[in-house]
Design a protein around this ligand. Structure first.
Ligand SMILES: NC(=O)c1ccc[n+]([C@@H]2O[C@H](COP(=O)([O-])OP(=O)(O)OC[C@H]3O[C@@H](n4cnc5c(N)ncnc54)[C@H](OP(=O)(O)O)[C@@H]3O)[C@@H](O)[C@H]2O)c1
Length: 228
């Protein structure tokens, strides 16, 4: 049985991908924050042998270490760091954002995902894939319309840090930054172009297509390279 570890699988894209992986016969370890019931708990209730739930707030370094300790004897075919956030008022400019909100978004979207990658990479098999949920909005070359300034900056920073990580690690294994498209979730809003139901199979196909291809790629939901 193939195994994936999804960080941030309580709801939204992470949960939808967890569900799709289970449908395809994979074992999923998915993470939630806190103790509240989530859609991932419902998935586990329906597939108790295929779904395991762990807990982590990626912004708490001690929780990253604790998660590694809990999973240290496991090996995964894929690590997907999906957890992310946006600033409450997406229309504000970078200079209008409070320092607190800027800090929260940058830590959650750029710093913490990299801490998770660094800490959990040894749980992934050498042939496995390390992936992080970025966004098309993280593309500097693709920013022709502006807007969403804080969020864009956080995902651009994430992309840059992932490139540095990949170079430092020698690009010996498959790594992927995902631009999933605009999807109907709490973060994406209900006006988004794509549903979760149509997106999850495509995003799972995208992840599976990376197997055995060393090096870092930045790709959209159709497997097209996104300009950095
Ligand atoms: N939806 C889109 O259109 C879109 C487009 C491009 C990229 N993305 C990216 O896709 C990813 C998932 O977004 P989504 O649309 O599914 O959003 P969502 O429905 O708001 O879900 C966000 C997920 O991230 C988790 N999370 C947030 N902060 C966390 C933290 N500090 N520690 C651990 N988990 C945390 C949430 O857990 P809780 O349930 O505990 O809050 C939840 O599982 C994000 O990285 C987002 O930037 C989304």
């Amino acid at each position: 049985m193939k195994r994936i570890l999804i960080i941030g699988a309580s709801r939204g894209i992470g949960h939808a991908m967890a569900s799709e992986f289970v449908t395809r016969g994979w074992h999923v370890t998915g993470t939630v924050r806190g103790s509240a019931e989530t859609p991932l708990h419902a998935l586990r209730a329906n597939h108790p042998k295929a779904v395991e739930i762990a807990s982590i707030d990626i912004n708490e370094p001690t929780q990253i270490a604790a998660l590694h300790d809990r999973l240290k004897d496991r090996r995964y075919d894929i690590l997907l760091v999906n957890a992310g956030t946006a600033n409450a008022n997406q229309n504000e400019t970078i200079a209008e954002t409070t320092t607190e909100e800027f800090t929260r978004v940058m830590i959650t979207n750029a710093l913490s995902p990299m801490r998770v990658v660094e800490a959990l990479a040894d749980l992934v098999t050498p042939e496995g894939t390390i992936s992080v949920m970025s966004s098309g909005q993280g593309s500097i070359a693709g920013n022709t319309r502006g807007g969403h300034e804080v969020y864009r900056g956080s995902k651009a920073a994430l992309n840059q840090y992932m490139r540095s990580y990949a170079i430092r690690e020698g690009e010996t294994r498959a790594m992927l930054l995902i631009a999933p498209g605009w999807i109907q979730t709490e973060l994406g809003g209900m006006d988004a172009r794509y549903t979760l139901a149509e997106s999850a199979p495509k995003l799972v196909d995208l992840l599976l297509s990376q197997e055995g291809k060393p090096g870092l790629r930045y790709e959209d939901r159709d497997g097209r390279t996104v300009m950095w």
